[in-house]
Design a protein around this ligand. Structure first.
Ligand code: 5AD
Ligand code: SF4
Length: 450
């Protein structure tokens, strides 16, 4: 293989895909390849794709259209499509665009260097979307991380649930759990290298069950990660409500390093819709979990995912989702129009909601949430909060970071603060972010004493 070639991975989709891209980058660098600074500079382009909604697939087709023009001028350009979108579309990505050299899914990331090598040597396109039989997620020693203070860590992959709308069990396969000692060894190594925030990742993260003799439950693993010296913040995503047990709330209460934020996808506030979604809980069961979270002595922020326009969702069902939002007052939500996915059970359901109605419901829901968030954020004005400074802000402020309960805080300060924990006094609140001023050490002491 021509090791001088520069590679560039464009990532679509979720945080698991993002971490996969970092793992693949590490594997390619181990092979002697060089990361390119941009797609324009690269000879090898990999699109790490998502399949969750049809829009995600269409984005890839449009990128492949652009790359086709580029390849006409540079015939040496290598284009690979990997990830969940590739697993779903398979050969279609190659056949419909005529530009793709490699297609493989998210279960095969550790084979990508070998596959790349083969295609570059033999000059024959390769498609491999067989399910990976290994019972364990791929172990990657040298992950090429893009942050020096925050790191995603895989604890499990795949999913054994059968939510009727969801493509993930088909793209990422059956659930595979990583050994607890391996996870903890990775976290210790990260802490020793200066990482302070850990994001535990899995498609159904709280169904985690350690396959090694230690047999840690998810809550036990969470506690153990929170106790690793040097680790200041631990997050996890995404849990399933049915596996959301009280011991997770207890752990968050007892370990200040475990962030007081839980993202717990609701999907719908109507039990009838939840049943057709095959979510295995009712409106009442979700409410019980939300009330338990809200009753926690340490306030725990709660965010969620909601799908509007699922087949058969009536006005009354939708009104139940809105009522649930009033009842729970989520700290934030991600909301989506239902998109039928091939191979899923719901793709066969009749009684679809038309696009205009889906768009209307989405708008109503988002406007409601905005009001709830504005009211909630107003309570923060005047408070001093701890912020992990993450990046230069996209607003008129210099810096942006997050509180432990996952609120975005924008404020002015020097760039060298990126990656550290600082105190910020909140001066203004918006629906989606807070604004504040860096608190000088002396003021902090005063605040602590008062
Ligand atoms: N259509 C719309 N949204 C979906 N999600 C998953 N599948 C679909 C689909 N077919 C949403 C769910 C999930 C989030 C990651 O994406 O809300 O929690
Ligand atoms: Fe997209 Fe789901 Fe795959 Fe993530 S796991 S990339 S959200 S399909």
């Amino acid at each position: 293989m021509n090791k001088k070639k520069g590679f560039f991975i464009e990532t679509f989709g979720c945080q698991m895909n993002d971490l996969d891209s970092r793992k693949i980058s590490g594997l390619l660098v181990d092979q002697g390849m060089t990361p390119a600074v941009s797609m324009d500079e690269a000879d090898i382009i990999l699109l790490n794709t998502c399949a969750i909604r049809d829009k995600a697939i269409q984005k890839v087709y449009s990128r492949l259209g652009e790359l086709k023009k580029r390849k006409a001028k540079n015939t040496g350009l290598f284009v690979g499509v990997i990830g969940c979108g590739a697993q779903l579309e398979g050969a279609d990505f190659a056949n419909k665009t005529g530009v793709v050299d490699l297609i493989t899914g998210p279960q095969k990331i550790s084979h990508i260097p070998r596959m790349l090598d083969r295609v570059l040597t033999e000059r024959v396109p390769l498609i491999d979307i067989e399910d990976e039989p290994s019972p364990q997620p791929a172990e990657v020693e040298n992950i090429l991380r893009d942050s020096s203070f925050r790191a995603g860590v895989t604890i499990m992959e795949g999913c054994d649930q059968s939510c009727s709308f969801c493509i993930v069990p088909f793209t990422r396969g059956r659930a595979k759990h990583r050994a607890g000692e391996r996870i903890l060894a990775e976290v210790k190594k990260l802490a020793e290298s200066g990482y302070i925030e850990i994001l535990l990742l899995g498609q159904n993260v709280n169904s985690y069950q350690d396959p090694s003799p230690a047999g840690l439950s998810f809550a036990q693993l969470l506690r153990a990660v929170g106790e690793v010296p040097g680790i200041r913040r631990v997050r996890f995503t995404s849990p399933h409500p049915m596996y959301f047990t009280h011991d997770i709330i207890d752990a968050i209460n007892q370990r200040p390093t475990l962030c007081n934020h839980v993202h717990l996808p609701l999907q719908s506030g109507s039990s009838a819709v939840l049943e057709r979604m095959n979510r295995e809980y009712t409106r009442e069961i979700y409410l019980e979990k939300a009330i338990a979270l809200r009753a926690s002595p340490r306030r725990i922020a709660l965010s969620t995912d909601i799908i509007v326009g699922f087949p058969g969702e009536t006005e009354k069902d939708f009104a139940e989702t809105l009522a649930m939002m009033d009842e729970i007052r989520f700290d934030s939500i991600f909301s989506f129009k239902y998109s039928a996915r091939p191979r899923t059970a719901a793709a066969e359901f009749a009684d679809t909601v038309d696009e205009a109605e889906k768009a209307r419901r989405l708008r109503v829901l988002q406007e409601k949430q905005e009001l709830l968030q504005e009211a909630n954020h107003a309570l923060y004005v005047g408070q001093v909060v701890e912020v992990l400074v993450e990046s230069p802000a996209r607003t008129r402020f210099a810096l942006s970071g997050r509180t432990t309960d996952n609120r975005i805080v924008n404020f002015d300060g020097p760039n060298y603060l990126i990656g550290s924990l600082v105190s910020v006094k909140i001066t203004q609140a918006r629906a989606n972010s807070l604004q504040g001023e860096l608190v000088a050490a002396s003021e902090l002491e005063l605040a602590a004493g008062s």
